[in-house]
Design a protein around this ligand. Structure first.
Ligand code: NAD
Length: 508
């Protein structure tokens, strides 16, 4: 097997579509000569044309000269027959997502290429083990999962199947680094890292919509404004294509042998069946017609300005609110308690996974209003609240008044376990813990993958540790108890770490 691939190595790329053209550009930019092949006549020409257009945009932005563009394009050579790729020192496949067709192509490549040539697949959902099984030497096949657009997105998941040798994975890892990418090692399991760990981001939003917890605009705004994600889950599904996102969810669910953790959503199937596939069809969770206005989350009317607030026991990650009250001239008086704020007979507390109604009953306090998690309480422009069914209307008004007094827009959602942000983050942390437990990736690689592959504001493992893994586990256990559904079962590794040292650090 090749020990190293330098820029003198010729790179073969099979498939000149969205990903193949991007990978060819990337390899050529790193100084390699590239042989680009596609089964469809004219596809290579169109692929090179796409690369050309992208480079012209870079010239307009003065990031590249015409000479650099011409030199780069000059290194991408159309190959009109697969056998020409026999000259390559590494071949990367980016053809249609179909196991049988990929197997067929790799069987041919194995005969065409020298024995020491690494064969890589850009598959996003097919088992690398299953593709490799078609080869005489499956040790040479590895996943090299780029993200779209390949020249821009930093992450490469280097995916090892059962037979992939460590040497093969290490060579591709080192090459990805040389191409200025951020590689991570992953085991060939459904969804690899990113497409698995990201499932709750969409899945919980869809469940909450189905349960009437909040509308699309509120859930999106909460995850953007309060949690720091670049886009809300519904905006993102509309961009990706609701049909594409549904297909990935279904594939992961089926490949996981119908594990309820990954169960797809009825609402999403309805959207697919209705032909509302997102931006590309002009209608998804949002309406993209010219006349349409983007809906906004409902904002609660102004409540009474509080003179002061009682601080009854530590608020955990929401303790930061006390300094903000102080800055805004709201006096804080200490009182013993189990972690809440109090204005008159109204208790205001951070969600712990119980509904406000259940917690009001547990704690013998009818006028309970819960607030949702925020990444940074001083920065967030918005706070979500949920009132106990047993509360009087004045409780809701007083709680709203408190957050409005520190400059926050307040949106009430229906009383639900874990609210919107806490529920989503707890489920992401849980999925990340499970992926670590099942040896898919190390905690560090997993966090890197989520930050680089899908621009998460924090890696889920790091986020869980900042929230306190015990708090996360409590939220998960409360949700599992309320729903009685294995969908919410906590990862055994998360439970073990909570019972042990409380951190993933240095564990794996
Ligand atoms: P695409 O449809 O844009 O391009 C696929 C190309 O492969 C087409 O030009 C097609 O003519 C060609 N092709 C099909 N069968 C072939 C064969 N037998 N031999 C040679 N060429 C053949 O698809 P894409 O979006 O570039 O996806 C390619 C691969 O990359 C898939 O495995 C996909 O899962 C994966 N991927 C896609 C994305 C993405 O966002 N599009 C991201 C990561 C990975």
């Amino acid at each position: 097997m090749k020990k190293e691939i330098d820029s003198n190595t010729i790179i073969g790329v099979v498939g000149a579509g969205t990903m193949g053209a991007g990978i060819a550009q990337l390899a050529a930019a790193a100084g390699h000569e590239v042989l680009l092949y596609d089964a469809v006549d004219g596809a290579v020409g169109r692929g090179i044309e796409t690369v050309m257009k992208g480079l012209n945009r870079q010239i307009q932005r003065e990031k590249m000269t015409e000479e650099q563009r011409d030199a780069l394009i000059g290194r991408i050579h159309p190959a009109n027959q697969l056998k020409i790729l026999g000259r390559a020192g590494l071949v990367i496949e980016a053809i249609i997502e179909d196991l049988e067709i990929k197997r067929e192509v790799f069987s041919k490549l194995e005969k065409i290429c020298n024995d020491d040539v690494i064969l890589a697949t850009n598959t996003s959902s097919i088992s690398v083990t299953a593709i490799g099984a078609a080869l005489q030497d499956p040790g040479r096949l590895v996943g090299m999962h780029f993200f779209n657009p390949a020249p821009v997105m930093k992450l490469v998941e280097v995916v090892s199947g059962v037979a992939t040798t460590r040497e093969t994975a290490d060579v591709v890892y080192a090459l990805s680094k040389a191409w200025n990418k951020v590689p991570v090692h992953a085991k060939s399991t459904p969804g690899f890292i990113v497409n698995r760990v990201a499932r709750p981001f969409y899945g919980e939003a869809l469940r909450m919509l189905q349960e009437g917890v909040a509308d699309v605009a509120t859930i999106d705004a909460a995850l953007r404004d309060c949690a720091g994600f670049r886009m809300g889950p519904f905006e993102l599904m509309d961009l990706i294509g609701i049909d594409v996102n549904f297909a990935v969810t279904q594939t992961v669910y089926e490949q996981m042998f119908d594990d309820p953790k990954y169960r797809p959503s009825l609402i999403q199937r309805e959207m697919v069946d209705a032909g509302r596939h997102g931006r590309k069809t002009g209608r998804g969770f949002y309406d993209y017609s010219e006349a349409a206005e983007k809906p906004l989350p409902p904002i609660e009317k102004k409540g009474p300005q509080p003179g002061g607030v009682f601080h009854c026991g530590a608020l955990g990650v929401a303790e930061r609110l006390l300094g903000i009250f102080d800055q805004r001239g709201i006096s804080v008086t200490e009182e013993t308690g189990t972690g809440s704020l109090r204005i008159d007979d109204v208790r205001i507390a951070l969600t712990d996974g119980r509904t406000a109604t259940a917690r009001a009953r547990d704690e013998g306090c009818d006028n309970l209003v819960l607030f949702d998690l925020a990444l940074d309480y001083s920065e967030t422009p918005r706070v979500l609240l949920a009132a106990s069914d047993r509360s009087v209307p004045a409780a809701r008004e007083k709680a709203a008044g408190l957050f409005q007094a520190i400059g926050k827009g307040v949106t009430f959602i229906d009383d639900s376990p874990g609210m919107v942000v806490m529920r989503t983050i707890a489920m992401l942390v849980n999925e990340a813990a499970d992926a670590v437990h099942q040896q898919v990736a190390t905690p560090a690689d997993l966090d890197t993958a989520m930050k680089m592959g899908v621009n998460y504001p924090r890696g889920p493992i790091e986020w869980g540790e900042q929230l306190g893994l015990l708090n996360v586990l409590t939220v998960l256990d409360q949700m599992a108890c309320t729903y009685g559904d294995d969908h919410f079962r906590a990862s055994p590794l998360l439970r073990r770490i909570v019972n042990g040292f409380g951190t993933f650090h240095g564990r794996v």
